[in-house]
Design a protein around this ligand. Sequence first.
Ligand code: NDP
Length: 239
Amino acid sequence: MAKPLVVITGASSGIGAAIARQFSNEGHPLLLLARRVEQLEALDLPNALCRRVDVTDAEAFRGAIQEAEAVYGPADLLVNNAGVMLLGQLNTQDAAEWKRMFDVNVLGLLNGIQAVLGDMTARGRGTILNVSSIAGKKSFPNHAAYVGSKFAVSSITENLREEVADSSVRVMAIHPGAVDTELLGHTTNPDIIAGYEEWKTAMGGVLVADDIARAALFMYQQPQNVNIRDITIAATRQP
Ligand code: NDP
């Protein structure tokens, strides 16, 4: 039987790209979204529609999903993975960085949810998987605004899960610890970057993106009446 459509945001690098490869290996058609569309295309996955979509643009997000559904049928899984981490000290950080994190990590995720939720509840099936962070459960130095955005992701996930449980739609979250991706590279403060790199080295290295992608696949592949609400996953030596 043909596998259903999987939509993945932020699939142009890191965790999103690894999730795209895992689901493609399982035979799912994909809608891959990010701003760097050339990196989506470079993944070179079969049955993958690649679209340049900024998740803060609700109309473009919804339009791309409608386009993919016209080809592959209803989206059965949305992976809300796109995110940015701009670490900084609150007394000096540029407010534009706080806004970007909340726009992408929180409002972008809500845009994705709104684009698929009506159809999923009407069909009585579907899965929304939000990529939060251990920073959605506990604090870290210089992370205040990022932690705030990820606590929002985790609490939105839990609230929505309860709201739509009766319709059999699954809502779940992954909380990764540190993973080796491009994420840290967007932070502008070199001292904070150096401190983070030291912390990673001190714990003997961190996870790779595929560690998270395997967890995502495992969560999705359970029967529809089984909802793994949360997987928290980190390097064994991460405190
Ligand atoms: P990357 O920086 O490698 O990937 C981030 C992805 O988000 C990119 O594909 C990027 O694509 C996309 N993105 C950023 N802004 C937008 C936007 N406005 N619209 C659409 N896509 C956007 O980092 P990771 O793979 O590590 O991050 C993926 C998720 O995992 C994030 O939500 C992050 O917070 C979370 N996470 C990561 C951890 C880590 O240690 N790496 C730990 C815990 C959670 P493009 O630039 O092409 O638009």
